[in-house]
Ligand binder design. Structure first.
Ligand code: XMP
Length: 520
């Protein structure tokens, strides 16, 4: 249980929808705490805790007649605690309460027009001239109303698109109010939590700061904590939060692998050691990393070498600090949510991610994960509340193996130096043109190819620089960002004119899938 034990909340029951986390984020943006629970947990024994003020049933890939896969303790629908079913959730409420669900004659995917049939608190301020554009994704539909229910809205292909039973406090909608394509979808969630569940705002960065500090103090007492600080958003927020809570009992260890972005190590030392006066051990391990990586070109080998050397170095310095009981990590809520697929499909390993996950077992330390109930956007707001600089908070994600996976093939000092400069010019232009915050992640890479160019009447034979900039919700899928020609021309000129070693710039126009965000 995070934070206060009696914090009022909404529970979202996940039936495997790709949008479940989005529902949670939208509700939290309204200032209400909510948690996601896998539908398997809502079995016969499940009891609703006193502080649960409402339930949301998500969509999902199942159909309501796959009785072996769908488990739902019907008591939760009879408990008089408000329930909102979305898509599959709408169908399962209907079926369980005596209605009928059938395969639709015409499936609905994408935009649809919903028309008002009756008034409802759920749709207060939602319709515009009794209509609205909503986003659908379903192959089944509710064809018979359950007892005590009435229709609130319909579409051409879904006559029972929004239904409700105010007596039982049950509400169902066939479309997805949580996605941005549904016009004013958030209003439905707002009406549900405030007017139907009658829950009061209880979730803000200020609340999180106060309570997380309290919680850390209680858990840690007078023990010592170590934290691997990378300079990224998550570890920076963890470090600052812990420093506020336990002061000098926190020691951060920052390992400079030599594979970081330009001047990154200076910024980390300036912010955490000089400005915030946090105990920080700075380890310059560039030579060790580069000598281990010499002549290695296989992506997985690079990742493994970097990951294990990082752990070895971190362990060596951590051992020098006496009486350490905890290792702090920036685990976030999405890492925690049960990711087991409801359809049982397995995802294959694409890349071995570098993190410090192996450390606590090896070092006999307890894990301290103060951010484990927060989404990334909440971590950013908490960071601002903790007075962290905007530059740190809005930083694009950066992979553990750093520039090593942005230099396909063999890594040399010369290549790293060239790449740091290219990345610097690209990112600076993005910031100057106010594009940086519209992009989820952007970087430059140095390809192991030399091509011929001409500069000042002379032949050049230099490296190829690849630029990548993507938009994404969570890094799982991504699309390339569409720049205007003058911007691309400017960046290309900046890079080629200012950096010796690059004479050609290309832009990566693949999405993920089929590509990945990083090159290796
Ligand atoms: P890919 O390349 O798998 O990247 O599409 C998805 C996101 O993960 C980041 N990434 C990593 N982050 N350790 C990390 O902490 C890693 O080893 C690692 N590899 C990739 C990548 O930058 C992108 O944001």
């Amino acid at each position: 249980m995070p934070l206060e034990d009696n914090l009022q909340k909404i529970i979202i029951i996940d039936f495997g929808s790709q949008f479940t986390q989005l529902i949670a984020r939208k509700i939290r943006e309204l200032g209400i705490y909510c948690e996601i629970i896998n539908h398997n947990k809502i079995n016969k024994k499940y009891k609703i805790e006193k502080n649960v003020k409402g339930l949301v049933l998500s969509g999902g890939p199942l159909n309501v007649y796959q009785s072996n896969k769908v488990k739902l303790n019907k008591n939760i629908l009879l408990s008089k605690i408000p329930v909102l079913g979305i898509c599959f959730g709408h169908q399962i409420i209907s079926k369980e309460m005596g209605g009928k669900v059938k395969q639709s004659k015409a499936r609905e995917f994408g935009l649809a027009t919903v028309e008002k049939v009756n008034n409802s608190i759920l749709t207060k301020n939602f319709f515009v001239n009794n209509k609205n554009n909503v986003w659908m994704s379903h192959a089944d539909e509710v064809t018979k109303l359950p007892k005590n229910f009435k229709v609130i809205a319909k579409t051409n292909n879904s006559k029972l698109c929004i239904i409700e039973s105010t007596k039982d406090k049950l509400y169902g909608i066939q479309f997805h109010p949580e996605v941005t394509h549904t016009n004013k979808g958030k209003i439905i969630l707002k009406n549900f939590v405030f007017d139907i569940c009658k829950i009061k705002k209880n979730w803000s960065p200020k609340y999180q700061k106060t309570n997380l500090i309290k919680e850390v103090k209680k858990k840690v007492g007078n023990s010592r904590v170590i934290c691997a600080l990378s300079g990224g958003v998550d570890s920076s927020v963890v470090a600052k939060l812990l420093a506020n809570a336990i002061g000098k009992n926190l020691t951060c260890i920052f390992v400079n692998t030599g594979l970081l972005r330009k001047d990154e190590e200076k910024q980390v030392v300036n912010t955490f050691k000089k400005k915030f006066k946090i105990n920080l051990i700075y380890v310059d391990a560039e030579n060790q990393f580069l000598s281990k990586l010499k002549n290695v070109s296989d992506p997985e080998k690079k990742r493994k070498i970097i990951g294990s050397l990082f752990i070895k170095i971190f362990e060596k310095y951590a051992k020098k600090i006496k009486n350490v009981k905890f290792l702090a990590q920036g685990t976030l809520y999405p890492d925690l949510i049960e990711s087991k697929s409801v359809t049982g499909s397995q995802t294959s390993k694409i890349k071995s991610h570098h993190n410090v996950g192996g450390l606590p077992k090896k070092m006999n330390l307890k894990l301290l994960e103060p951010l484990k109930y927060l989404f990334k956007d909440e971590v950013r707001k908490l960071g601002l509340e903790l007075n962290l600089n905007k530059d740190i908070i809005s930083r694009h994600p950066f992979p553990g193996p750093g520039l090593a996976i942005r230099i396909p093939g063999v890594i040399t000092r010369e290549k790293i130096k060239i790449l740091k400069e290219a990345d610097y010019y690209f990112i600076k232009a993005l910031k100057d043109e106010k594009l940086y915050n519209r992009i989820w992640q952007a970087y430059a890479a140095l390809l192991p190819v030399k091509t011929v160019g001409v500069m000042g009447d002379n032949r050049t034979y230099e490296y190829l620089c690849l630029l990548r900039a993507i938009t994404s919700e969570d890094g799982m899928t991504a699309d390339f960002f569409e720049f205007k020609k003058p911007f691309m021309q400017f960046v290309s000129n900046q890079i080629v004119n200012n950096i010796r070693g690059i004479n050609r710039v290309v832009y990566d126009i693949t999405s993920k899938p089929p590509s990945t965000i990083e090159l290796e």
